[in-house]
Ligand binder design. Sequence first.
Ligand code: SME
Length: 157
Amino acid sequence: MAEDLTITKGSKEEQYQALLPQMRALLTGETDLVANLANVTAALKEQFNWLWVGFYVVKGDELVLGPFQGPVACTRIRKGRGVCGTAWQQVKTLIVPDVEKFPGHIACSSLSKSEIVVPVIKADEVVAVLDVDSEAYNLFDEVDKKYLEEIVTLIKF
Ligand code: SME
């Protein structure tokens, strides 16, 4: 596996394009889930320097905090709660331009202004969500959705 990440400048699209093959290399040959989730969050944090990026893993009827990069966060989220629990319930990526306008948003950090949550789906079931928070309003768009959805398909659950 690759152990160094090459950080790319340029448009968001160019950054994701450069990151994708590196992400594939990082995940190749390693089957341990925690190791892989940890490296995906680290690579995303290194490339984009978002406020918070991490996984919540489905355990029973809750999401439980998994590997992440950023400030400490709430550990358990119920289905249908917050952006994460809503993305799980609706089985779809949610882009939130202003977290204060999302009913029921769970504020783990008062610095977070916008958010994207991408469900990780295996055999038609949501097994985890990837959550990303930014200190800027309106940071996430369809480009993030497209590439983050692709990145989570690379992870073997
Ligand atoms: N804001 C999320 C909670 C998780 S933290 O952002 C890390 C939510 O509303 O589900």
